[in-house]
Design a protein around this ligand. Structure first.
Ligand code: VGL
Ligand code: ZN
Length: 202
């Protein structure tokens, strides 16, 4: 699950987080590995109407960001979004804040339909959408892995990201580096690959 890797959360964006862009190349490697292994990858998008309740113009805490169909709402130009990838829009109701990719979307249903019992999570932002998505996935009973080198936070208060990770870990999420996630996924998909391909890989 790739959370909100959108221009507005990256350098020069309306709600740029420090080093937001730096998650892109690492996420691309894992997106490619999952795609090659035939594993589903979901991309969430913060997708606000121009009058969204979270904006300062309406008394919220954020500058206007990720407004539907603007450049700021587009995925980072270097993010690898495979053709036909599953994209989930959230926060698209004017009067509802929705940080989690599960809130007000069909993501939970889609994962259940695919029999997904475990997710690997990265993207932006650690202290809001990544945190809340992880919490909701845990509440659904899924095993949750947070890719700790593939996330960056807003940090309105200096330690918000750290606290967010402590919170999700306390609730049962595993925090791991993307390298180790790639190894774990390779291990577990090896036996699923057709024999002809397996022998070629050696
Ligand atoms: C987010 C702040 C405001 C996020 C969304 O994607 O984490 N953060 N809206
Ligand atoms: Zn937002």
């Amino acid at each position: 699950m790739v959370v909100d890797v959108q221009n507005d959360f990256c350098l020069g964006g309306a709600l740029a987080v420090k080093d937001g862009d730096r998650v892109v190349s690492k996420l691309n490697r894992i997106i490619e590995a999952f795609t090659k292994a035939g594993l589903p990858v979901f991309f969430t998008r913060d997708w606000h109407p121009p009058n969204h309740i979270s904006f300062k113009s309406r008394g919220g805490i954020w500058p206007s960001h990720c407004v539907q169909n603007t450049t700021g709402a587009q995925f980072h130009p270097d993010l690898l979004v495979p053709r036909g990838a599953a994209i989930v829009n959230k926060g698209d109701k004017p009067d509802l804040e929705a940080y989690s990719g599960f809130q007000g979307t069909d993501l939970g249903d889609r994962l259940r339909q695919l029999n997904v019992g475990e997710i690997f999570l990265g993207g932006l932002t650690t202290d809001y959408c990544v945190r809340e998505s992880a919490v909701d996935a845990l509440a659904m009973g899924m095993k949750v892995n947070v890719l700790k080198d593939c996330i960056r936070g807003v940090n309105l208060r200096p330690n918000d990201s750290e606290r967010a990770l402590d919170e999700v870990a306390a609730k049962g999420a595993r925090l791991l580096y993307s390298e180790d996630a790639m190894k774990a996924v390779a291990e577990r998909t090896r036996d699923l690959r057709p024999k002809t391909i397996r022998s070629r890989v050696k």
